[in-house]
Structures are given as C-alpha cells and as structure tokens.
Design a protein around this ligand. Structure first.
Ligand SMILES: [Zn+2]
Ligand SMILES: [Zn+2]
Length: 137
C-alpha cells in the first residue's frame, strides 16, 4: 500500500492521513456496527494509532459492545459520517472505516468478524477467514 493513505467524511470537515500499513482489513458483522452504519456490515482497517493523524472536530459515542468492551465511535458533527472507532484514547490501535478512504480500492479485506451476527443479505466472498466472534476470540 502506498503510504500515507488519506480519507475523510462526506462534507470534508474531517480529514485524516495514515502513515502505517493496516495490520488487518476486515468486515465486522456485529449488531452495533450494523446500527451505526445503517448497512449490513462495516468494513474497517485496523491500524496503529501512532500512524494516524486526524483534523477537524469529531463527535464521539461510546457503548459497551457485544465483546464486553467499551467502543468509542468518532464521527463528523456536521455530516454525521463515521470516521473511526477505538477502545479508548490510551490504546495502541484504532479502526478506520473503509468507506471514508479517498482511494477505496486500497481496501483488501481478508477476514470477517462477528459472523455469528451476519445478516442473510450480506453476500461476501467465501474465501474470507471467518470468525464467529471478534478477532482472536
Ligand atoms: Zn463531515
Ligand atoms: Zn462491529
């Protein structure tokens, strides 16, 4: 992947740049991701926070997820576009929402997580490494 890669929200008020290769690119089928996106699943890029720089104001919403952990979701307060999520500002990793990429073809998912919550109308490639719950669970 050519670094840095960039992206932003629908209205352009929030922009980001990421200077590290994603550790993982995945689809999440958890019910929280479905609700927050309004779509069947949520595509994400799991990256080290140290490579991620964001500009613009962000709103955040925090909720205890199916995994039992608190997930914080960051969005643009103007257009409501979801940008990224994390498990707290002190954690090393965060998850960028793939639909925010300037170049969406950079997204090459290899796994799906929370497949136990997958909806029937989510048709994805069958060669994905499928995890019933979260990654590593
Ligand atoms: Zn926006
Ligand atoms: Zn999820």
């Amino acid at each position: 992947m050519k670094l840095p890669f960039t992206g932003g929200c629908l209205c352009g008020a929030v922009r980001y740049s990421c200077s590290v290769e994603p550790e993982l690119m995945y689809y999440c089928h958890c019910s929280d991701c479905r609700k927050v996106s309004g779509a069947a699943f949520y595509p994400g890029l799991y990256v080290e926070r140290k490579g991620f720089a964001v500009t613009g104001n962000l709103s955040s919403y925090s909720l205890t997820a199916d995994s039992g952990r608190t997930i914080h979701r960051y969005s643009c307060p103007t257009c409501a576009g979801q940008i990224y999520s994390d498990k707290g500002a002190d954690t090393a990793m965060l998850s960028i929402k793939a639909g925010t990429l300037d170049n969406v073809s950079l997204f090459k998912p290899t796994i799906e997580i929370w497949a136990q919550s997958k909806v029937e109308w989510a048709n994805l490639p069958s060669d994905l490494d499928s995890h019933k719950r979260g990654y590593g669970e």
